[in-house]
Design a binder for this molecule. Structure first.
Ligand SMILES: Nc1nc2c(c(=O)[nH]1)N[C@H]1C(S)=C(S)[C@@H](COP(=O)(O)OP(=O)(O)OC[C@H]3O[C@@H](n4cnc5c(=O)[nH]c(N)nc54)[C@H](O)[C@@H]3O)O[C@H]1N2
Ligand SMILES: Nc1nc2c(c(=O)[nH]1)N[C@H]1C(S)=C(S)[C@@H](COP(=O)(O)OP(=O)(O)OC[C@H]3O[C@@H](n4cnc5c(=O)[nH]c(N)nc54)[C@H](O)[C@@H]3O)O[C@H]1N2
Ligand code: SF4
Ligand SMILES: [Mo]
Length: 743
């Protein structure tokens, strides 16, 4: 993690800073080899009605897997995996394959829309780009003139055109830009960073023993981890211990599934560390040579015996001991996996820190089958001699005061929303949203709705008429990933390589890439110099250090100067870790300096009252967040969601499978079909994310199922400010069977 505040950029760095590089399961066969044209006569440029195959990069989730698009007579027929792509190889998940419908779905945004009736009335009129862009520029300028540039809030989620948006908000002069990490991975990053000074990858392909906490890799895909996990488990090359109150698909493939009490994983990891230390199973040489803080950790965990942990987390002490011993036995080919979405509890950062400490203790750092520091290829940059102005105000959330160890450039979403609602320290009256759907991705949808109501002007750039777009003043339709060219992208896992997102077909409708939208708006708002170049020129500048041209990547859709992961660079004499001490910090100096406990301390969890349940959220293999439930192909796989409820409490309440239940939390209530199952603890319920869209323009999922964000309360992790999405208690009561209720 880096402190990459937008306001500390260097001259060359400003327009080159790419948003954080981030790091399915349908395996499809795919011919190897380079591009194969159907016939020379048919081959032509995209959109000219030609037939050809073209490599590109998927954008249906964060992973950016390699794709090969098959176009026949100008129309995209099929998406296949790009087998040369180190990150995703011959895998393209269901969402990736359904990308064809991103182009041809009748529901997609086809042209700019301007709202004509009251917010939420759904009255929009079609506008030309000229008119829509004039309208957006005028709306933003009006807020800037009336309240100041910082009274426009900018928010966005990662993507290969996101950094243009970040640069736009900086050039506009707003101090307020918030991104998705504080809904997703912020606590995991801060926890691991505190120990290693970096956030590592995990060498799944070469490991023998893995412990995963609620990292549902066989449904929530992260490549290459998901692919490697399937491989090592199928070939019985490695064992997986999986902790999750739910029996997920990953649980079903694990050697051991532990239905842990929600929110208590830290007790499990502290006890595991206790066993490693008291039974002297840790790597003494490694600890002596590379780490500091061992004695403090040993003192800290003195009371955290497996017997103590059993009382807290429900995992038998005997099993905790066995797991700790096996974990140490297989080291360095073993690891505790960080997880990806770590927005769970208010004490999530210490939990991830404990995972990192346990890893360090067994000496699996930078070793085959263990944790590996990520490496990257340093791309070139477009060299523009421009600087963003200093913002006219301080950011509404003082990250330095609230969350000094979180990434200041990302902000913390729930704090931003709270400040907007309070008009503190000054009013926010405009909101520009890029590639994000806060009406679903923030907890407490009612509150997000009220936040939108405070705005005089809202602009949304998306590819679908989402619930957030539905409430906007202007909707700008971006050309999808298959219809535009993006900057060169560098990957880190499993080893550094470069790729490009190529235009597969010409835009099907009247849409524009975000880069052009930013160019047009910056011209209208008086700062055209920030976008005074072409994407092609940017790609050339990025590839220049490697002696490559954009065309050099055509044959395989990727380029690298290596072929496999390498290990051990950070273990060489004289290497300094990016921690205050330069060593791996089992006790964190960064935490100590900021007044936090330098070693993780458990916070006991309140018992779940007998008449209530802990609401757990999470993803589904078919969908990315709330973004593609409406995709016609994916919609067929799962048209709505239901509430997972254990059969015991269901019987106590007279609830049968398929009955409609009312679920209530402190902030909202929903009615939804019950899925009565043994696959969840009796004290928890689970509602898959991303359903019940309020926008009627999402014709297939408008009103389908229920929205978890209607129920979630707003809490955040103390240290990182990450949203704590598993802190909500709900009651569940039967309303009637499906027929009674829908009669
Ligand atoms: N209740 C609940 N909340 C959650 C989560 C959960 O599991 N449950 N998960 C959390 C996590 S891990 C994350 S990362 C966040 C994600 O939060 P968001 O980023 O808000 O999630 P998405 O719903 O994927 O929204 C992405 C939007 O981008 C649009 N889009 C796709 N491609 C393009 C494009 O090329 N251009 C433009 N302009 N738009 C495009 C999609 O249509 C979609 O509306 O949500 C978090 N919030
Ligand atoms: N198909 C698909 N793949 C995706 C995404 C997607 O939307 N769809 N999104 C991508 C993104 S941005 C992210 S962040 C990742 C998210 O991937 P994951 O990190 O795997 O997160 P979730 O899918 O949200 O699942 C969280 C799991 O944690 C469990 N859980 C809840 N509370 C606890 C607890 O206290 N202890 C333990 N041990 N487990 C608990 C839940 O039951 C759930 O199964 O997936 C990525 N990949
Ligand atoms: S995991 Fe699936 S949706 Fe995500 S980038 Fe890869 S193929 Fe696309
Ligand atoms: Mo995420």
């Amino acid at each position: 993690m880096s402190d990459n505040s937008r306001f500390s950029v260097t001259r060359r760095g400003f327009l080159g800073t790419s948003a954080c590089t981030l790091a399915g399961l349908t395996l499809t066969g795919c011919e190897s080899g380079g591009l194969r044209f159907f016939s020379d006569a048919e081959a032509s440029e995209p959109g000219a009605g030609g037939s050809y195959e073209k490599f590109s990069v998927c954008a249906n989730c964060v992973n950016k897997c390699g794709i090969k698009a098959k176009v026949v007579a100008g129309r995209l027929k099929k998406l296949d995996p790009n087998p040369h792509f180190p990150k995703s190889r011959s895998m393209l998940c269901a969402k990736g394959q359904a990308g064809v419908q991103v182009l041809y779905d009748k529901d997609r945004l086809k042209h700019p829309l301007i709202r004509t009736g009251p917010r939420g009335s759904g009255q929009f009129r079609q506008a030309s780009w000229e008119e829509a862009l004039d309208h957006v520029a005028e709306g933003l300028a009006k807020i800037r003139d009336k309240y100041g540039a910082s009274s426009v809030l900018f928010s966005s989620t990662e993507g290969l055109q996101e950094h243009f948006f970040r640069e736009f908000s900086a050039a506009f002069g707003s101090a307020n830009h918030v991104r998705h990490p504080s809904l997703c991975l912020a606590s995991g990053n801060v926890g691991f960073f505190s120990v290693f000074g970096t956030v590592p990858a995990f060498d799944v392909a070469n490991t023998q023993y893995m412990i995963f906490s609620g990292a549902n890799r066989l449904e929530s895909f992260i490549t290459p981890d998901t692919i490697d996990l399937v491989d090592v488990l199928e070939k019985k090359k490695a064992k997986l211990v999986y902790l999750d109150p739910r029996y997920t698909v990953t649980a079903s493939k694990a050697d051991t599934w532990l239905p842990i009490k929600p929110g208590t994983d830290l007790a499990f990891y502290l006890a595991l560390i206790h066993v490693l230390i008291t039974e002297e199973l840790y790597d003494k040489d490694f600890v002596a040579r590379y780490t500091i803080g061992f004695d403090e950790v040993a003192a800290g965990i003195a009371g955290n015996t497996p017997e103590w942990a059993e009382q807290e987390c429900g995992v038998p002490a005997r099993q905790i001991r066995e797991i700790a011993r096996e974990f140490a036995y297989h080291a360095p080919r073993s690891f505790i996996y960080k997880g990806r979405r770590t927005s769970w509890t208010t004490n999530d950062t210490p939990m991830r820190q404990a995972m990192a400490i346990a890893n360090a203790l067994v000496g699996n750092w930078d070793r085959e089958g263990g944790l590996v520091p990520k490496q990257s290829l340093r791309k070139g940059e477009v060299d523009l001699d421009v600087w963003p102005p200093l913002p006219d105000q301080d950011c509404i959330v003082s990250m330095e005061e609230k969350h000094p160890l979180a990434n200041a450039g990302d902000g913390t979403y729930l704090d931003f929303r709270e400040k907007v609602m309070l008009d503190e320290p000054y009013p926010i009256r405009g909101w520009f949203v890029y590639k994000q759907n806060p009406m679903h991705s923030l907890p407490d949808r009612g509150l997000t709705r009220r936040m939108i109501d405070k705005m005089e002007f809202v602009v949304v750039t998306d590819i679908m008429p989402t619930d957030t777009a539905w409430l906007a003043d202007v909707i700008l339709p971006e050309s999808s990933y298959l219809e535009r060219e993006d900057p060169v992208v560098g990957f880190q896992d499993p080893y550094p390589f470069l790729s490009m997102r190529n235009k597969v077909v010409d835009p099907v409708h009247d849409t524009k890439p975000n880069f052009e939208i930013m160019q047009e708006l910056s011209r209208r708002l008086g700062f055209p110099e920030f976008f005074d170049y072409k994407i092609k020129a940017m790609q050339r500048a990025q590839l220049e250090p490697f002696g490559l041209e954009p065309e050099s990547l055509e044959a395989t859709g990727m380029w690298s100067d290596r072929k496999e992961r390498t290990y051990g660079k950070s273990l060489k004499e004289g290497y300094r870790f990016r921690t205050p001490s330069g060593k791996i910090e089992l006790a964190s100096e960064r935490f100590r300096r900021r007044g936090y406990n330098p070693v993780p301390v458990y916070e006991p969890q309140d018992a779940i009252p007998g008449n209530q349940f802990k609401l757990l959220v999470g993803k589904n293999a078919y969908f990315t967040h709330a973004s593609n439930q409406n995709n016609p192909w994916l919609h067929e796989l799962m048209p709505d969601n239901g509430l997972w409820l254990n059969s015991k409490p269901a019987a106590q309440r007279g609830i049968s499978n398929g009955d409609i239940v009312r679920v209530k939390s402190a902030v909202g209530e929903v009615e939804v079909r019950a899925i009565v199952t043994e696959r969840i603890r009796p004290d928890c319920v689970h509602l898959p994310h991303g359903f019940d869209h309020i926008s009627p323009l999402m014709s297939r999922v408008h009103g389908a199922g229920a929205c978890d964000s209607d129920l979630l309360i707003s809490r955040e992790d103390h240290i990182s400010g990450n949203a704590a999405l598993h802190e909500t208690l709900v009651t569940v009561e039967r309303i009637g069977d499906g027929k009674e209720v829908h009669a």
